[in-house]
Design a binder for this molecule. Sequence first.
Ligand code: GLU
Length: 444
Amino acid sequence: MSYVDEVYRRTVEDNPGEFEFHQAVREILESLKLVIDSDEKKYRDVSLLERLIEPERIISFRVPWVDDRGHLQINKGYRIQYNSAIGPYKGGLRFHSSVNLNLLKFVGFEQTFKNALTGLPIGGAKGGSNFDRKGKSDREIMAFCQSFMSELFKYIGDDLDILGGDIGAGAREIGYLFGQYKRLAGLHCGAMTGKGPSFGGSPIRTQATGYGLVYMLENLLRRHGKGLDGKVVVISGAGSVAVHTIEKIQQYGAKVVTLSDSDGYIYDKDGIRLDVVKQIKEVRRGRIKEYLDEVPSAIYEEKKSIWDIPCHIALPCATQNEINLNAAKTLVRNGCIALAEGANMPCDQEATEFFQQSGVLFMPGKAANGGGVAVSTLEMRQNSMRTSWTFDEVDGQLHKIMSEIYDKTSDTAERYGVKGNFVAGANIAAFEKIAEAMMAQGFV
Ligand code: GLU
């Protein structure tokens, strides 16, 4: 059995029932066969894959807090410090009822590769809690965040592990977490990104993942002789990534016709109205169904699949495994020519392979949604330098980083004889950098 297959088999055995984690490992290992199979001994002798897959450290703790009725609540809290070969641990916090160790290991493993691909000096991490902010008051969210940080503050720092946002952890949560960190550590430093602009946050951090996704997509289409103007786009999700993707892609002349939350989706054939969406999501913190109150000609569906709607471009920006083989077939049948992943692993492996075989331009999340963590790293840089850059300066750097990620991904695929396979290109380019750093640092 090859080294890669052997490591995958052992990963499944040693991490029973952790299906998303197995899936993320399998996808990356499949790509790495192109590098490793021809030079197995070099990697096997230093157990490189085993060390890459096993997180350096997992911190697991309880989060007690008191709700508005005076009842005691307990949530689970985690931080996975996955890999620090190329820089301090960096990655977001996810606060959602689905969070468990399996899920965080999958996103943490992916984050390690995504971060390496940005070209910036950051290792990989992920953390979070099974806490769900839906239906909670501001005071309850603050109580939870303060309790979460009361434990985690011991393990983070601007040269050690830098927290950021993710699903369920936006500007409000980051603010409360940072306040408590500052109080306990006695430091006003860059141990967290996604901070408010008045206390060290970077311009464009809120928009970065969405804008970066569109910059990547524009690169992808342009290099294939196509453009965004006049294209019909289906986007899932209604969080920060989806909203800022809509904002930027509309500037390029594309028409977005959908958005969704966990209850259902909105279809507006005339093009989604961003002002209405921002009012619902950013001001009222409501559900997307409320879009109908302002735009009665739109359609709201709870039962049907959003991927049944015909489009030229699909941008899954909600969550993992939202597109399976069936959805992929429908998208291709309806004329979809390009897909870029705004969420982490929104397409399962069968769907991904089907898109690639069908000639759809497919850009995986590790390359397509790296803009968020890239601008987080620019925030760290501004904090260390005790400075702040303008919106345009950071936007310009984001644009350049996304273009460089595209080049790296595309060139690497070509170098390994799989031109246009951006999944392999992204995985291998990231691996080359991490592997080199790990080899140089000895058996640790
Ligand atoms: N959650 C984002 C990601 O998945 C950003 C993480 C961060 O800013 O640390 O890349």
